[in-house]
Write a protein that binds this ligand. Structure first.
Ligand code: ADP
Ligand code: MG
Length: 696
């Protein structure tokens, strides 16, 4: 089964079999990731050149391409070395010159005999106010003028590949495209008025107007949809495998949850209640949960996680929550342990620093079921960590956790329910791409009473002013984070910068007032620096981005970020999210160095103007593009060649529904349409998906 269908062989053949492609050209094509005829099919023209004939170059607005019939006049060979060769020509209205550098005179005399008529097509430019055409793209006898494409597709290129080569190779690849059975659901096809695959390819490669090269031209949209469908089929297959019956249905009596809810100093938001319902609903079902909890910074994901963990404990099981850093893991312990204790639930911490006897003791307790809930870093998923009865695994604040890793987690053999929590919102289209195998719960509401954070941009040159300001604030008992910049690639330099800033601020604000955390400090020092800050013993915490994610110290109300222009939008939003959590009005100072690049300026303004993480994530997508945001290279996600995630989120959703429905009706892809879908998977090189079907 895991063999490529024969019908696709011509598309996966050697590129050199295409017209005009020799070893050299084939090598150049590799620079644009074109290695087989198939790749050329999906390399669509990005614009068109209109080469319709006009009477005169006077009728067009230079610089632009024109096609005119001319009477050839005198030749002016390059008398002076380095000067171009010129040929005077006359169209219906005016006289102008054809210009050639490094010309071969005999060739030009043959192509352009004086006194004869020719059709020429090329870019018209003004030189000293006079029209000229440098190196025409076409010079043809009038009776051969039909050979000039009226609307010439313009392809994206790479060094060593010309438009002509590309055009020829693409046409030759198109000839090899077979007729394939339709894999798109008939209803979807009809709704969008899409034609079949092969016809769509033909049309997309032969645009006639600029409308035809827009991403919403129907043939292109269809081809984009094919990419999305292939990807969503892969995710749907992964999802189906992961969800396979889990054996144990986890549904507690709600007793522990009620006790803890009663102990909370606040009421849960409606969004929190809805998410908890969705999660515990999944846990109670016979299928394994694979769910994503998306929420903005400060929307209260942690307590949702705790309630889900308690549901696992209520039904006699255990739960585990993994945080990305030990600081966060410890913070979860401190926030959640008292709540758990109030309901008689044992919650413990396991991180890399548990060693020897301590660690063995914890592992033994875990195996006996004496520890009900374990929080920690990735060390909680180490091989020798055995649970008595693990029911729920939560992965907190992990955008670095790709589809593949989730699949690995699922493959651990234990059919535990899985909940992933994001650190900040991600745009809808990207959520569909990178978490399309999951079901999604959305915390789209913040706890009431949050005060907006006042965000100000401050030039670096006002450093002393900022420090003075901070001094007053500290005297009033306020607390602040001071985030040091990311310096290039080198973490050592980054730490050095933080140490340096630590010294400056201690000098300015008083030794006892300033603490420091960064990645290179021994863990014990990190912990005590955090603890001092939480207790209010230190007023200013100098930090690198280790505090980026999740840290929750409600009394801190000032955030200073140095060289904010170096941070991405999501990071800035995360960092700012560390303040504005308490009763006090908060401030965020974004310090920057002149001059700002255009991109940096736009980023900083977005952050200044909104606190809505969902909006910020959409802006991020617009500014950076999908590939960059997804970190495609590491995540193993496909690079979409045609699909445009910035504008086609709705299509991605349709593709997800289409894929899930198809697999629901035909889990083995055995029907006619199922078979067509398999061909699509091969065509799109979704090897992973193909393996999932073969495993069955
Ligand atoms: P995040 O979603 O960023 O992880 P946290 O779970 O850290 O957010 O919650 C942020 C803060 O909001 C915490 O101090 C938490 O105690 C508080 N909180 C959570 N839910 C509510 C609520 N419904 N009402 C008031 N405060 C809440
Ligand atoms: Mg959190």
């Amino acid at each position: 089964m895991s063999r490529r269908p024969e019908i696709l062989f011509p598309l996966f053949a050697d590129l050199k079999q295409l017209d005009g492609v020799g070893p050299k050209i084939a090598q150049n094509f590799e620079n644009m990731e074109v290695t087989r005829p198939r790749d050329l099919l999906f390399q669509l023209p990005q614009s068109i050149i209109n080469r319709q004939i006009t009477a005169s170059v006077q009728d067009v607005e230079p610089p632009t391409v024109a096609t005119v019939e001319v009477q050839v006049g005198l030749h002016h060979p390059n008398a002076v070395k380095g000067r171009p060769y010129r040929v005077t020509v006359k169209d219906a209205k005016t006289t102008f010159q054809l210009v050639f550098f490094h010309a071969r005179a005999d060739w030009l005399r043959e192509q352009l005999p004086s006194g004869q008529r020719r059709v020429v097509s090329g870019k018209v430019e003004l030189f000293d106010g006079i029209a000229q055409m440098v190196h025409p793209d076409f010079i043809l006898r009038t009776e051969k003028a039909d050979a000039i494409p009226q609307n010439e597709p313009v392809y994206p290129l790479t060094a060593g590949i010309t438009q002509k080569t590309m055009f020829k190779a693409a046409a030759s690849a198109l000839e090899r495209a077979p007729d394939l059975q339709e894999w798109i659901a008939p209803s979807v096809l009809e709704k969008h008025g899409w034609v079949g695959w092969r016809e769509a390819l033909g049309t997309a490669h032969a645009p006639k107007t600029t409308r035809d090269v827009a991403s919403n031209a129907p043939p292109r949209e269809r081809l984009a949809y094919d990419e999305m469908l292939a990807h969503q089929l892969t995710l749907a297959l992964a999802r189906a495998r992961l969800r396979r019956a889990k054996g144990v249905e986890t549904s507690g009596d709600g007793k522990l949850r009620n006790q803890v809810m009663a102990a909370l100093p606040y009421k849960l938001t409606n969004a929190q209640l809805r998410s908890i319902d969705e999660i515990t609903g999944d846990m109670a079902a016979p299928l394994r949960m694979n769910r994503l909890l998306q929420g903005d910074v400060g929307s209260g994901k942690t307590v949702v996680a705790l309630l889900a963990l308690l549901a696992a404990v209520e039904s006699g099981g255990q739960g585990v929550m993994m945080a990305p850093t030990s600081i966060l893991a410890r913070q979860h312990l401190e926030a959640l342990q008292p709540l758990a204790e109030s309901a008689g639930v044992v919650l413990e911490l396991l991180t890399g620093r548990d060693k020897g006897r301590e660690r063995s003791k914890k592992l033994a307790a875990l195996e006996k079921g004496d520890i009900h809930i374990l929080v920690g870093t990735h060390s909680v998923f180490q091989k020798d960590v055995e649970f008595q009865n693990l029911r729920l695994a939560i992965v907190d604040e992990q955008h670095r956790f790709g589809v593949r890793q989730r699949m690995d987690l699922g493959a651990k053999g234990r059919a535990v329910d899985i909940l992933v929590m994001t650190a900040t919102p991600i745009p809808r289209s990207l959520a569909l791409v990178s978490y399309g195998d999951m079901d999604v719960s959305l915390l789209d509401e913040k706890p009431p009473g949050r005060k907006p954070v006042e965000t100000v941009l401050v030039s670096n040159s006002r450093f002393d002013e900022v420090v003075n300001h901070l001094k007053h604030a500290v005297e009033q008992g306020r607390q602040a984070y001071w985030v040091c910049p990311l310096v290039g690639e080198s973490e050592t330099v980054e730490w050095a910068a933080a140490e340096e800033r630590f010294r400056t601020l201690r000098f300015a604000l008083g030794e006892e007032n300033v603490g420091l955390v960064h990645g290179q400090l021994p863990v014990a020092e990190k912990d005590s620096a955090m603890a001092d800050f939480v207790a209010g013993n230190t007023k200013v915490l100098v930090a690198t981005t280790v505090i980026e994610v999740g840290v929750d110290v409600p009394s801190a109300s000032i955030m200073v970020i140095e060289q904010a222009e170096k941070f991405g939008l999501a990071q800035l939003h995360q960092l700012r999210g560390r303040v504005g959590r308490g009763a006090e009005a908060s401030t965020c100072l974004l310090m920057y160095a002149h001059p700002l690049t255009e991109g940096a300026e736009r980023r900083l303004k977005v952050i200044r103007d909104t606190e809505d993480g969902f909006r910020i994530s959409e802006e991020d997508l617009k500014l950076r593009g999908a590939g960059d945001l997804l970190g495609v290279a590491q995540s193993g996600l496909p690079r979409f060649r045609i699909a445009d995630l910035e504008v086609q989120a709705d299509l991605m959703k349709t593709a997800q529904d289409d894929a899930r429905l198809l697999l629901h009706e035909d889990p083995k892809l055995a029907s006619d349409r199922g078979a067509a879908a398999r061909v699509l998977l091969y065509l799109m090189e979704q090897e992973k998906a193909i393996r999932l079907i073969s495993v069955g």
